[in-house]
Design a protein around this ligand. Structure first.
Ligand code: BES
Ligand code: ZN
Ligand code: ZN
Length: 501
């Protein structure tokens, strides 16, 4: 990351610009000047009070107004109506402010924080603001021959010394989380000719070795996956020129007692989804490098939780392969026996995510965790149901599901529960095998995918399925995420759950 923070109660003289948030409502009430009580600098206060042109500045969200006083450049930044201003609004303002500073090549600034936070509590608001600025500072430009370098130092001016201390304390965990979220983004954005299943496993292993001390890495190759009888996983890999990989990571916290809970994460790692024999039309195929987004998301969350010293035992299982076509590829109508002994009629080879997850979930159940969360770009139907803004959440245990939903709410990441009803469970019964990998119609596709996965959860282990098909990329409505490409969403909510419970 190229943005750096210092935290202080005074303005830095090195900064070329001082930035002050202006609340639209306060401005309307008092046409003369903004609320200046949080500005310690007398010179700046005087300039603002005397600023005649200020009247023309509305304080509308993301509007700007610059002026000079003495040797300083100042920027008034509209935060809009601060009576309806959540910490998520604050993140969005931070994202837009970052874009503004980048366009204007401002490299060193003071931000008078209290003028930005509205009615939000200082400690939470600082975290949201800093987190969003770090998140905004991401680009996937390694393949660009020419790119502009931009670096930014922000002196965050806080009102009280205790705010400075708490901001400094929170910083490490914010950096751990956003760096991990950027690892997720990098994996998702990487091209599929580079990030083959074999390469992906290697890169995860290298990252663990370098950054996650004490985490155990086990990587199963094709022969070992065969030995595990993961035939559904292998059926997806059958048409590939690359071996599959199952990455199995284990983290044990420093303090372990009998009460220490064990949570497992499982991710869909289809490094490219052609659809197999049920080939995708070319318009729907381009972009399918992101089909390993579930695995990258759970890896990012695992990484963040480990760095943030999660008190839980954590397992992370990533199933990696492409879904390609050659003469060995699985035919639609194939019947394959999964690791748990159930037979599956594969009627559509494009419904491959559920096949690799089926075996990975069964493998994970054998570790007997207290809860399993899987993430996958599983269904196009998820976009129909919830758009590209909301993550679908399905599960078999309301308490566990609520725990996740409450963490998403705290993190202000959109997530919504969908039901799995018995009718949909019946819909995947096959005439010739135990189950089939698609439903009979086109409706309720996301839940039918989840109903299929549930067939592979043993002993009623609490389980949550996240369909991230919508939220994994293209979050142009979130200023702190790139408009195109990987978002890194859900890493923060999962990290929250895995570090705080
Ligand atoms: N990777 C896709 C899901 C997907 C499609 C995500 C489009 C985002 C955008 C998945 O493997 C798939 O192709 N699912 C099929 C399932 C169907 C055959 C039951 C789908 O959604 O069409
Ligand atoms: Zn598919
Ligand atoms: Zn897929």
């Amino acid at each position: 990351m190229t943005v750096e923070f210092t935290y202080s109660t005074s303005l830095s003289e090195k900064a070329s610009t001082t930035i002050i948030g202006i609340n639209q409502l306060a401005k309307e009430k008092d046409k003369k000047a903004p609320n200046l009580k949080f500005i310690a600098s007398k010179a700046l206060k005087d300039s603002l009070t005397n600023l005649k042109n200020f009247k023309s500045f509305s304080g509308e969200r993301n509007s700007t107004f610059s002026f000079h006083n003495e040797n300083q450049e100042n920027l008034l930044y509209g935060i809009g109506d601060s009576s309806k201003y959540s910490t998520e609004d604050l993140r969005k303002v931070a994202g837009n402010l970052f874009k503004y500073l980048k366009i204007n090549n401002s490299n060193n600034v003071n931000i008078v924080f209290d003028s930005f936070r509205g009615k939000n509590k200082s400690s939470e608001a600082v975290i949201a603001f800093v987190e969003a600025l770090y998140m905004s500072d991401y680009e996937f430009i390694k393949y660009k021959s020419e790119s502009k370098k931009f670096s930014l130092t922000i002196n965050l001016v806080l009102t009280a010394a205790k705010d400075v201390n708490s901001a400094k304390k929170a910083e490490t965990s914010i950096i751990n989380t956003v760096e991990s979220l950027n690892v997720t983004r990098d994996f998702v954005n990487e091209a599929p000719n580079v990030l083959t299943s074999v390469e992906y496993a290697k890169q995860v292993q290298n990252d663990v070795t370098k950054n996650l001390k004490g985490v155990k890495v086990k990587i199963l190759n094709k022969a070992q996956i065969k030995k595990e009888k993961m035939n559904l996983f292998l059926s997806v890999n059958a048409g590939s020129g690359y071996e599959p990989r199952l990455v199995h990571l284990t983290y044990t916290p420093k303090k372990v007692t009998k009460k220490t809970k064990h949570f497992a994460l499982v991710g869909k790692g289809i490094v490219f989804d052609t659809g197999g024999y049920s080939l995708k039309p070319s318009g729907a195929m381009a972009g399918m490098k992101f089909d390993m987004g579930g695995s990258a998301t759970v890896y990012g969350a695992f990484r963040a939780a480990v760095l943030n010293n999660s008190p839980y035992k954590l397992t992370c299982v990533l199933a990696m392969t492409d879904n390609a076509v050659n003469s060995f590829a699985t035919f639609p109508d194939a019947i394959v026996k999964g690791r748990n002994g159930k037979t599956v009629e594969i009627l559509n080879t494009d419904a491959e995510g559920r096949l690799i997850l089926a075996d990975a979930l069964d493998y994970t159940c054998d570790l007997n965790p207290d809860g399993i969360i899987d993430a996958a770009t599983l269904t196009g139907a998820c976009l129909v149901a919830l758009g590209n803004q909301v993550c679908a959440v399905l599960g078999n245990n309301q308490k566990f599901t609520n725990q996740l939903l409450s963490n998403c709410k705290k993190q202000e990441e959109y997530a919504w529960e969908l039901p799995i009803i018995n009718e949909w469970r019946s819909d995947i019964k096959s005439k010739v095998a135990d189950i089939k990998n698609i439903g009979s119609g086109r409706l309720a596709g996301t839940a039918i995918g989840a109903a299929f996965l549930q067939e592979f959860i043993k002993n009623d282990i609490p389980w949550i399925h996240l369909d991230i098909a919508g939220v994994c990329d293209s979050q142009s409505h979130l200023s702190y995420c790139p408009a195109d490409g990987a978002s890194g969403l859900m890493v923060r909510s999962l990290n929250r759950m895995l570090t705080n419970g």
